[in-house]
Design a protein around this ligand. Structure first.
Ligand code: AMP
Length: 551
């Protein structure tokens, strides 16, 4: 209807032009026929446009419908994605719990016992250990039996001629040389077989002990997961779906999560402030965490775990979202294997030092201050893959205003924090003012971690607690590093450790020189025209001996 009206109007308009032009004939060269043609053209042009407009309108509508459909489909995909993730997480949780229940019988469990008015938890090994202990007992009995028979046989040993009267006195019938030899050989072979069985059993026991450690860790994790307020897979900040508790620290829980927006796994570290803390303590904790966030979020390096996001959960908790590293940390790995081959340990050092180099080439440079196996994440879950360093909670910014060039360091304002086995002597010095520190703190930590990887124990205070290290001034006395004879380790590796564990920080190699250390260089770059092998290269700080006395 509208369309017809429009056409009528247009025709009237054209007629008026026609009348106008016909009255002003002298002003145009157009004939009536020409004008009519023009009229026709204009009309059909308008009609075409109308049709085009209609087609376009239809197309827009269709596209809008498609878009609507696609966004509905996307929403469905996301919902399905989320429910599949949840289902997978639930199934995994069930399987883990089932395996853990079975392991309680096999590997052991905590039992709560009453002792007077108190309940105490004690550990009881499972049947796999009882089996091994029984076998060990049987082997011990067999050994006793072989010893007894060996003694008997010795008494019946054929004597040299001069000793015969003595044998007669003992009245033990002697064996012929052939019979004695035969019996002796049998006993020797039995002993050999027994020793092999004992060694195999020992290997089995060690394997079982490692499984028990894993099982205990898993039991604790499950216990903490069940107590966590985030155990029911909530979605935080409208995008992070929590799937599983990875671990729990003093004031934080790390959950494996899934970022529904970016469609990737993440690690959500939830910092929980204690409700009973005074406001200034809470404020201090938040200040600290925000500093960590500020430092960490600006870092962009393939050997450093990326920090994606931070948000508040409620007035007492907030969450930092980190790049997810599938695989355990080096601390977990070392607890399993005790030590790792030098080649793999060296590869970890090369990668860690690369991260430190990045931290030191920044302006201002950053001291990590808490480098330890627990903060080195193994992306592949093994020590032969890529690593990433994490946890910048104690990091320090070495800005010009804080750095004293005469003293070669900045004030250590947080003395007492950190993990003492990995901190250098200067962090323990107590004097008038706070000690001066630099990024050489991280160099010392590198030396300790490398030593621990190579020998399966820490170089200083291995069996001591944090408190005992402080009480006994263990690190202040750490002037000399001792290398066990086993396992065999290359001289170059030992020299590298020595360079890192140089007692006085002024003599210790710095991070940038460490990054060029011959031990970490590719083989082709180790050889120089003057030094054909890298054992011949003078280590950067070899001039200072390790027997320097401590302050
Ligand atoms: P933390 O509280 O930092 O010691 O971490 C607790 C647990 O979470 C440890 O088992 C870590 O290996 C694990 N974890 C920490 N950060 C990450 C991450 N970015 N990706 C995967 N696991 C992590």
């Amino acid at each position: 209807m509208m369309h017809m009206q429009q056409q009528y109007q247009q025709q009237k308009h054209l007629q008026s032009i026609h009348v106008e032009t016909s009255t002003k004939e002298v002003q145009t060269s157009l004939t009536m026929e020409g004008i009519e043609n023009l009229e026709k053209k204009a009309t059909s042009c308008l009609e075409e446009k109308d049709v085009m407009l209609e087609t376009l309108n239809a197309k827009v509508k269709e596209t809008q419908n498609q878009l609507q459909k696609q966004s509905e489909q996307l929403a469905k995909c996301l919902a399905m994605n989320k429910s599949l993730l949840l289902e997978k997480s639930q199934q995994e949780k069930k399987l883990i719990r089932k395996a853990s229940m079975e392991n309680r019988l096999k590997l052991g469990q905590f039992n709560t016992q009453r002792q007077g008015a108190q309940f105490v938890e004690s550990w009881k090994d499972g049947y796999a250990f009882t089996d091994i202990f029984r076998q060990q007992e049987r082997l011990a009995q067999e050994r006793d039996e072989i010893d007894r028979q060996k003694k008997l046989l010795t008494k019946r040993k054929p004597h040299l001629q001069g000793a015969q009267s003595n044998a007669k006195a003992n009245s033990v019938p002697q064996l012929s040389a052939q019979a004695y030899y035969e019996q002796d050989e049998i006993l020797k072979l039995r002993l050999q077989a027994l020793k092999k069985e004992e060694a195999d059993l020992q290997v089995e026991l060690e394997k079982l002990e490692r499984s028990r450690n894993l099982h205990i860790r898993e039991l604790k994790r499950i216990h903490n997961e069940d107590l966590s307020r985030f155990k029911d897979n909530p979605v935080l900040h409208k995008r992070y779906l929590l799937l599983k508790l990875l671990g729990k620290g003093g004031f934080s829980e790390v959950h494996k999560g899934f970022d529904l927006e970016e469609q990737r796994y993440v690690a959500c570290k939830i910092h929980q402030l204690n409700k009973d803390w005074k406001e200034d303590k809470k404020a201090n904790y938040i200040k600290h965490a925000l500093r960590e966030y500020e430092i960490h979020k600006s870092l962009d390096h393939n050997r450093i775990v990326k920090l994606f996001d931070v948000f508040e959960i409620d007035s007492n908790s907030f969450c930092t979202v980190l790049e997810y590293c599938d695989g355990k940390d080096l601390d977990f790995y070392l607890k399993q294997t005790k030590l790792i081959p030098e080649k793999e340990a060296r590869s970890i050092m090369i990668q860690t030092v690369r991260a430190l180099q990045y931290l030191n080439e920044r302006k201002p440079p950053i001291i990590h201050y808490d480098l330890k196996p627990g903060n080195i994440l193994l992306s592949s879950g093994t020590t032969s893959g890529e690593i990433k360093i994490t946890d910048f909670g104690l990091s320090k910014i070495m800005d010009e205003e804080n750095f004293d060039h005469n003293e070669g360091g900045m004030d250590l304002t947080s003395q007492g924090a950190g993990t003492y086995w990995y901190l250098p002597p200067e962090c323990f010095v107590v004097g008038k003012g706070p000690p001066k520190i630099s990024s050489k703190v991280d160099v010392w930590s590198i030396g300790v971690i490398f030593y621990q990887c190579l020998y399966g124990k820490k170089p200083f205070g291995h069996n001591l607690s944090q408190a005992s290290i402080l009480e006994q001034n263990t690190i202040l006395k750490a002037t000399v590093v001792q290398f066990p004879s086993k396992p065999p380790v290359s001289q170059e590796a030992k020299d590298f450790v020595r360079r890192c564990l140089e007692y006085k920080k002024d003599n210790r190699i710095d991070v940038l020189r460490l990054a060029r250390d011959p031990y970490l260089m590719p083989p082709s770059r180790k050889a120089t025209p003057t030094n054909n092998s890298h054992t011949m290269m003078p280590p950067p700080s070899s001039s200072s001996s390790l027997s320097l006395s401590g302050s």
